[in-house]
Design a protein around this ligand. Structure first.
Ligand SMILES: [Zn+2]
Length: 98
């Protein structure tokens, strides 16, 4: 049984070359980057990728930078703080002493 990835068509341009696994990985990324992303400004799923990390909303005409292959979600202050704590454990120890 052949494993299929949705949107595999975009990597058919490579024909039989470059191997199966790498093409599957690329297919997953290309499916993600080519679909319309959610706009962090107006909330509509109308954002298209212009170039690496550059995105343009077709609804509110905002052009902005984000991640290379998807917009990603905007983190709340609390989420960002918990991420910082995870990166630097010494913050947590100071917090625990109080
Ligand atoms: Zn927008």
């Amino acid at each position: 049984m052949v494993e299929t990835v949705k949107g595999m068509g975009s990597v058919k341009r490579f024909g039989t070359r470059y191997g199966r696994t790498t093409k599957y990985k690329l297919a997953k990324i290309e499916v993600e980057q080519r679909k319309k992303q959610d706009c962090p400004y107006c909330g509509k799923a109308k954002v298209r990728r212009v170039s690496y990390g550059i995105w343009n909303c077709q609804k509110c005409h905002n052009t902005f930078t984000a991640r290379a292959y998807n917009v990603g979600k905007k983190l709340t202050l609390q989420e960002r703080a918990s991420q910082l704590v995870a990166e630097a454990p010494e913050i947590r120890t100071i917090e625990g002493e109080e």
